[in-house]
Design a protein around this ligand. Structure first.
Ligand SMILES: [Cu+2]
Length: 124
């Protein structure tokens, strides 16, 4: 009886530990952004980079640019030579005004997180 409950207890403990570890593994949290949130940068071309605390699935992560007029545009991400926890892209022909980078990221733990980075563009 004792051996039997021990045999059962071990796999259950293993499953519980896996669940606990899986939960401990963070979703993607934005650690650093360029442009810095709230900053003003010179236009018309602005390179951006978003760095997270975890590796992200670039195929299933995306960035939209929301313009001063509220228009939304999906941004092509640069994938070559980019670290696994970074999303990078180039914004071009930006008129002066307020913009938002709306990101949605799938982390390797399978969880999606979202957020906005606001910045302003001034004339060069
Ligand atoms: Cu998660």
């Amino acid at each position: 009886m004792r051996v039997r409950s021990l045999l059962l207890a071990v796999p259950i403990a293993a499953v519980l530990m896996t669940l606990a570890l899986g939960r401990a593994e963070a979703h993607a949290v934005l650690l650093e952004a360029v442009p810095t949130p709230g900053s003003t940068v010179a236009g018309p071309d602005v390179a951006f980079a978003l760095r997270y605390n975890a590796r992200i699935d670039h195929e299933r992560s995306s960035v939209m640019l929301i313009g001063p007029d509220g228009s939304e545009k999906k941004i092509d991400l640069v994938t070559e030579g980019v670290r696994p926890e970074v999303m990078r892209g180039d914004l071009t022909k930006l008129a002066p005004g307020k913009y938002r980078l709306r990101w949605q990221v799938l982390a390797v733990d399978g969880h999606i997180t979202r957020g906005d980075v606001e910045f302003s563009v001034r004339a060069p």
